[in-house]
Design a protein around this ligand. Structure first.
Ligand code: UD1
Ligand code: CA
Length: 420
């Protein structure tokens, strides 16, 4: 096949600073493993094939990624160049580009990666680097350029001269290479440096010395290339991701009252003029219509679909709930595995008893209905349209349309009892 784009994800690292019994790469950031996010970014950037280089706790990484990628194994951590060498058998005889990504850089935007690949193809570059300008570049590899601005090579912090340490342009560790020229250059790298490692970064100079064109793309948003080394960085990146997602919804016409205390996971759709009050959590894949009002303190879990003008109020948890237009679940409810029609009111404290300890069952409520406060709906159960359930009922049988259901004990008053 001509001109493929293959991605290699470096996922062999130990991640000592996480102080964890798990591989760093299977830690979750905003509900998804670090390495899963990197693989998804590659897929969204139209990469045809992904190879993960695994090593430390490889079974954990393999369990998370399954057969969405191919695996190369790095037994000893001898450097980033050595890690890529393990993928040789997959790359031999292939034509096109190979993109290298670190498994612990989870919030890179797919568009940034696409742009890197596109620039590499358009400019006919054999290596294209993603770089960034940092106020404090300490720790990173520095980009060496000539007077004309052409990339000459990369020098690692530990190998840099005092003068080179002043350079603020850093190597993000994200590259796009010509497959065949990369394989040739890998054969030439040697571990003769301060860390005694095979540096992938040496490939740049090797290509330049051969007269092969190289280039760079400077990333616009410096936060995209941040990596996770410890749990503090894990939280920091979660925060960046959260703000990014919230801002995106706001730009699309959603009101979020408190951007710092609203937790909207990936792939959520929210319609225009919907208002989200603080401390609301909305999980992946949820769809919310226009003009809805959500929260404060609402938990909208997976599988929920809300039509327009729906209200989900405070201390309400909903899961796999399909809710019709104008319906309200205003306070203190759990509605799970249910379908509710239009313009129905779910009274305060109503819950679906959807789980019997073994199975989950469904509750269906029609349109224009009124469920009184503190009702238990014992699933499976069906309530028709235009039904009325008396407050405090425990509903175990279906309720036909247009009916009143009362399922509670009658009150007895014993007059004068309390005087005695
Ligand atoms: C690397 C770059 C540096 C760049 C920085 C960006 C090299 C020599 N240096 O440095 O220029 O600024 O990334 O973050 O490449 N890994 C393996 N096997 C190994 C070694 C590393 O899989 O043998 C993986 C690590 O798990 C990690 C990634 O490769 O995901 C980067 O390795 P790391 O040692 O962190 O590279 P840096 O020293 O940060
Ligand atoms: Ca290192």
């Amino acid at each position: 096949m001509e001109n493929e784009v293959i991605a290699v994800v470096l996922a062999a690292g130990k991640g000592t600073r996480m102080k964890s019994n798990k591989s760093k790469l299977v830690h979750k950031i905003y509900g998804k493993e670090l390495v899963t996010r990197v693989v998804e970014t590659a897929k969204k950037a139209d990469v045809n094939e992904i190879i993960a280089v695994v090593g430390y706790k490889k079974e954990q990484v393999e369990e998370v990624l399954g057969d969405s990628v191919k695996y190369a194994y790095q037994e000893e951590m001898l450097g980033t160049g050595h890690a890529i060498m393990q993928t040789t058998k997959f790359l031999e005889g292939r034509k096109g580009k190979v993109v290298v990504l670190n498994g612990d850089v989870p919030i890179l935007r797919p568009e940034t990666l696409k742009n890197l690949i596109q620039k590499s193809i358009n400019n006919k570059e054999y290596a294209t680097l993603l770089t960034a300008i940092y106020d404090n570049p300490t720790g990173y590899g520095r980009i060496l350029r000539d007077e004309g601005g052409n990339i000459k090579g990369i020098v690692e912090q530990k190998d840099a001269t005092e003068e080179q340490k002043e350079i603020q342009e850093i190597n993000a560790g994200i590259y796009c290479f010509d497959i065949q020229e990369l394989l040739l250059a890998l054969k030439e790298i040697r571990p003769n440096n301060a860390q005694g490692e095979y540096y992938l970064t040496d490939v740049i100079k090797i290509m330049n010395d051969k007269g092969l064109k190289t280039g760079a793309v400077i990333v616009e948003d410096n936060t995209e290339i941040l990596g996770v080394n410890d749990r503090l960085q894990l939280e920091m990146l979660t925060r960046i991701l959260r703000l990014r997602i919230n801002q995106e919804h706001m730009k699309n016409g959603v009101t979020i009252e408190d951007i710092n205390n609203t937790y909207i996971y990936d792939d959520v759709t929210i319609g225009t003029d919907t208002v989200i009050h603080p401390n609301t959590i909305i999980k992946s894949g949820v769809t919310i219509g226009e003009d809805c009002e959500i929260g404060p303190n609402a938990y909208i879990r997976e599988g929920c679909k809300l039509a327009n003008k729906v209200k989900v109020g405070s201390f309400v948890e909903i899961k796999k709930a399909i809710i019709g237009e104008g319906t309200k679940v205003p306070h203190l409810s759990y509605m799970g595995d249910c379908e509710i029609g239009e313009h129905t009111n779910i009274g305060c404290g109503t819950i679906t008893c959807n789980y019997d300890g073994f199975n989950k069952s469904k509750t269906v409520i029609g349109k224009n209905s009124f469920i009184g406060s503190n009702t238990n709906l014992v699933a499976p159960v069906n309530l028709g349209d235009n039904t009325f359930v008396a407050a405090g009922s425990t509903i175990t049988d279906d309720v036909p349309s247009d009916s009143l259901a009362i399922a509670r004990q009658r009150q007895t008053n014993k007059e004068g009892w309390n005087k005695r």
